[in-house]
Design a protein around this ligand. Structure first.
Ligand code: FEO
Length: 397
């Protein structure tokens, strides 16, 4: 059994690394891939916790058979019905036709529309348990982390939290599976924040509610459905998710601009230089037309200071900048310092539209927006300095 990976003596990781898919949810780039984690608990009764995306592994059933031989799987716990985890349910049910599917009422409303299998439903409610012999499972309802039906499964015996998408990360597991086997800070941290901000961040208030429900629970392992398994520094991943879901950020500034002919871009560089002169070291500039939305949202989640710029386009902002702002409104990220700038040739409108965007966001606008007509000159760069100084002052306060 040299291909099997154990979390504990009787709990196995059965994940699949996906390095082929370019876009997660057909939207978010996966330059480093993603893992779909599935777990098998082998006891007097055998339980599988979540499955994998359909087609992501052709030896999923072989791996299971290698572990349990001729035995059958008694329960499939469905913590989350999104197809990246439910994609192999049909395969599992066909192989193990006597299996019971474990989920809550909302889970089964989705199961009904995907697969049916009414005769296999084992419905649980918040706090219910499931005795596997030695392992006792407890189900914790954590709706909207990340769909309405999401729940977590806690193994009381070995203190393992099967957390679904919560505490997950982009990035495949390249040899190292556990937090103490990987370069977390150098590699996974960015991918974990990008996963959080892109996928789960909209539901940050529900993540906080989930934290309340987890209070007082002794957690030795966190087994999420994506990314590494935590066993050595569980507190680290808990504190990162806590911080991100409270919209806490690092001191630094991300400047994102939309520019057709380079004038708004010049203002961005000028603001960045002035920020640097004010002592700010963490400064990132992105051209909204070049950098994917995924990375823009990630940096906005990371940094406390956000400075947005747009040229005027048909008396509004550049449509691709509008796409970013619409996504930010949708996500509802709070608690950022904001600067606004832009340029126009005849009528303006880009900066006005950005200002209106902030009526929804209610971020702290550090000073009046600047809107420059034509090619920026020294006067314009003086005004860039005002934005930079106001931002630096608030960041250092
Ligand atoms: Fe990884 Fe919401 O599915």
């Amino acid at each position: 059994m040299h291909n099997t990976i154990k979390v504990t003596d009787k709990v196995y990781w059965l994940g699949a690394n996906d390095r082929r898919t370019n876009l997660f949810e057909n939207m978010w780039p996966l330059p480093n891939g993603v893992s779909y984690n599935s777990f098998l608990i082998v006891d007097e009764k055998i339980a599988l916790v979540d499955t994998i995306e359909f087609g992501s592994s052709d030896d999923y059933l072989d791996k299971i058979e290698e572990i349990i031989g001729e035995r059958t799987i008694d329960y499939l716990v469905i913590n989350h019905m999104e197809p990246d985890h439910s994609g192999a349910i049909k395969t599992i049910v066909e192989k193990y036709p006597n299996i019971k599917l474990v989920g809550n009422l909302k889970t089964f409303k989705i199961v009904e529309s995907y697969f049916g299998y009414r005769d296999k439903w084992h419905q649980v409610e918040d706090g219910d348990g499931l005795d596997l012999g030695h392992h006792m499972l407890k189900f914790i309802m954590t709706p909207w982390v990340h769909w309405p039906e999401t729940m977590m499964t806690y193994d009381l015996t070995e203190k393992i939290l099967f957390s679904g998408d919560a505490f997950g990360s982009f990035g495949t597991l390249d040899g190292g599976i556990f937090d103490d086997e990987i370069e977390f800070e150098e590699y996974y941290l960015e991918e974990m924040r990008r996963y959080y901000s892109n996928i789960v961040g909209k539901y940050s208030n529900m993540v906080q509610k989930a934290f309340k429900k987890l209070e007082g629970i002794d957690i030795k392992y966190i087994c999420a459905t994506h990314g590494p398994i935590w066993r050595t520094d569980v507190k680290k991943v808990l504190s990162l998710y806590d911080k991100w879901s409270k919209f806490e950020a690092e001191e630094g500034v991300v400047i994102i601009y939309g520019s057709m002919y380079g004038n708004t871009a010049k203002l961005a560089d000028s603001i960045a230089r002035k920020l640097s002169e004010e002592g700010i070291k963490k400064i990132r500039i992105h051209d909204v037309s070049k950098t994917h939305l995924s990375y823009l949202i990630n940096d906005i989640w990371r940094y406390k200071g956000v400075i947005l710029g747009s040229c005027a386009y048909n008396s509004g902002m550049l449509p691709i900048m509008e796409n970013l702002t619409r996504n930010l409104e949708h996500i509802g990220l709070k608690n950022r310092l904001l600067g606004l700038f832009g340029s126009y040739s005849w009528n303006g409108g880009g900066v006005k539209a950005l200002f209106k965007f902030n009526e929804t966001m209610e971020w702290d606008l550090v000073t009046d927006p600047i809107d420059i007509k034509g090619i920026p000159g020294n006067d314009s760069f003086d005004r860039c300095e005002i934005i930079a100084k106001a931002m630096a002052k608030k960041l250092n306060a």
